[in-house]
Design a protein around this ligand. Structure first.
Ligand SMILES: [Mn+2]
Length: 403
């Protein structure tokens, strides 16, 4: 038995933060769906499984529904098995599964509106679809009884949707699936959907492939479908992670401590994405503090760098550095702050050779500096001037926030 297992396409996702450009991201998913169907055809899979959340919700736009069904219809040799998930549960006549496009669907599409099984190339596909958005019940429990009804020795594949019951990592009302659910029901493979990063449990028998298209900066294990080969009941499944995603979500930092270095680094990183500027979502976090003379050109340069990309955002977390007069005023009013800054300068002067322009009335001696550094859990050879500048900035920033 050969399968393609996918989940969490969330077609029709609104991507509210992207305004009119959201349509490009929605279209990208439909193209990726066709690419996945192409993979299934090329590998002559017996089943193309969608383990829940094909659609973002039951109210999805009609044009997305017809585009999805048209994609399946264009691959008549691919047998598509669809399971309603928590985003698109089968709730009866109002659900997306009862729209005309699905009621009149071509013969290669089967939607599991109810729990049940179907024979596929000598093995069986067992489905436990969702009928609501939340439940504390493990939807894979149904497989235990279902599997007992099937002929002994045949390959058994479960398909359901829910969170993995990893202690501390799931909500109790979010369809918690036992981590040994495949073994518990004597399944050879349990294809699950819900979370967006690739994960494997139960000795390789329980797989959550994640979303085929990354949809947030935090996801690093998204963008794949699973190609699964079963050699017979009891044999371990052979699972291959197949990358199909096209949109790359990347976060980069730009720290004003070293604007020249930051420019060089960012330019190199972005160059890699610039071959396909429409399929990269870029976020640049600009950090640190600097004077307006440094900040303004840096912002302009970043704006130019990101211009070719459809989806980019500059997240400005910078602060304007204090002028010399402002700093002196602050120090005059807060002698302890003045002393700490002076001590920091003195430690920097001894350890990385920075010039101390503002020695304190009672500067630290070399032996006192040694004592401070030896007591700190720091490898002295790795200290640079930038560390001291950052410490200064953080100190001033925190101080200003509090006063
Ligand atoms: Mn889900």
């Amino acid at each position: 038995m050969k399968l393609i297992h996918s989940a969490d396409w969330q077609l029709g996702c609104r991507f509210k933060n992207f305004g009119e450009k959201a349509e490009l991201l929605r279209q990208a998913r439909l193209k990726t769906l066709r690419r996945a169907l192409e993979e299934s055809r090329a590998r002559q899979a017996d089943a193309f499984i969608i383990a829940g959340d094909l659609f973002d919700d039951n109210e999805v736009e009609e044009n997305i529904v017809t585009a999805a069904v048209a994609a399946f219809a264009d691959f008549p040799e691919v047998s598509v098995y669809i399971l309603p998930g928590n985003h698109d549960p089968f709730t009866g006549p109002a659900s997306v599964w009862n729209r005309k496009a699905f009621l009149d669907a071509p013969a290669n599409i089967r939607v599991f509106r109810e729990a049940g099984f179907v024979e596929v190339n000598g093995g069986f596909l067992l489905a436990s679809p969702l009928h609501q958005k939340q439940s504390t019940l493990d939807p894979s429990l149904k497989f235990v009884e279902m599997a007992k009804q099937l002929p002994k020795g045949s390959s058994l594949v479960g398909v359901t949707h829910g969170s993995l019951a990893i202690p501390g990592q799931y909500q109790p009302n979010d369809f918690p699936i036992n981590l040994q659910a495949a073994t518990r029901a004597d399944l050879d493979y349990l294809g699950v959907g819900h979370w967006h990063n690739w994960q494997v449990y139960d000795n390789g028998r329980l797989v959550m492939p994640g979303t085929p298209e990354q949809d947030s900066f935090e996801q690093t294990g998204a963008g794949s479908i699973a190609h699964v080969v079963l050699d017979g009941h009891g044999a371990p499944p052979r699972v291959e992670q197949v990358g199909v995603g096209s949109v790359r979500w990347r976060t980069f930092g730009f720290n004003l401590l070293d604007p020249e270095g930051a420019r060089a680094q960012l330019q190199a990183a972005v160059a890699d994405l610039s071959t396909e500027p429409d399929s990269a979502v870029i976020r640049v976090r600009m950090q640190g503090s600097a004077t307006q003379e440094v900040l303004v050109p840096a912002r302009e340069w970043l704006g130019e760098l990101l211009k070719p990309f459809q989806f980019s955002r500059l997240q400005d977390e910078t602060s304007v550095a204090l002028t010399r007069a402002e700093l002196e005023h602050l120090k005059a009013g807060h002698p302890i702050l003045a002393q700490v800054l002076a001590d920091l300068d003195q430690v920097a002067a001894f350890s990385v050779g920075m010039r101390n322009e503002n020695p304190a009335p009672e500067p630290l001696s070399p032996s006192q500096v040694d004592k401070v550094l030896n007591n700190a859990p720091i490898d002295r050879s790795e200290l640079t001037a930038a560390h001291f500048e950052l410490a200064r900035q953080l100190l001033l920033q925190k101080f200003q926030e509090r006063t």
